[in-house]
Design a protein. Structure first.
Length: 179
């Protein structure tokens, strides 16, 4: 018989180093609520009539390819990249208000991994991670990049190698470790 007892799951990082959380995105929106919020992806800006069609939150448990248990929270924001009439890009304040309205009904972890699902309604949705918002040309711009697959055991090994080589590099008077 299969034992369905929950294994001990070690905590894993909520977000990658180059991702932002929904909390960080909302903070940026709160700092510039009147500015248009423009997402960029695939070498172009999202259309001025874009919609947030869905916001969902999930708690995931998985086993990676190395047999290691993983657990994380993730928030998905679905963007419909369309032109609609003479609409302009929504403001950062409106985006924040929509997310906060969702949070009245769906528990959103401010530190959860944030993934954007983007489609123009014809092409399949694509998954993207978001970079830190920046002020650009009178807009609050958020660059989206395709979310790649990865091998978590390999990623952890590479990170450990990078940390080991950074710490054990030739000692200098300004080095913080290996003294």
């Amino acid at each position: 018989m299969l034992d369905l007892a929950k294994p001990e799951i070690p905590p894993s990082p909520q977000i990658a180093a180059d991702d932002i959380s929904i909390g960080a995105l909302l903070a940026a929106c709160d700092a510039a609520p009147a500015l248009p919020l423009v997402f960029t992806y695939g070498g172009h800006s999202i259309q001025p009539g874009y919609h947030i069609t869905e916001v969902k939150a999930g708690a995931f448990s998985a086993l990676d390819c190395g047999g290691n248990p993983e657990a994380w929270s993730e928030i998905f924001v679905q963007l419909w990249d369309i032109v609609e009439g003479d609409r302009t890009h929504m403001t950062a304040g409106k985006f924040a208000a929509i997310i906060r309205k969702v949070s009245d009904h769906v528990a959103l972890d401010a530190n959860a991994r944030l993934t954007f699902e983007v489609s123009d309604g014809a092409a399949p949705m694509q998954l993207h991670c978001a970079d830190t918002p920046r002020l650009e040309g009178g807009n609050l711009t958020v660059a989206l990049a395709p979310r790649p697959a990865s091998c978590k055991p390999r990623d952890r090994w590479l990170e450990a190698q990078k940390e080991a080589s950074a710490c054990c590099a030739p000692v200098s008077s300004k080095s913080a470790c290996c003294r």
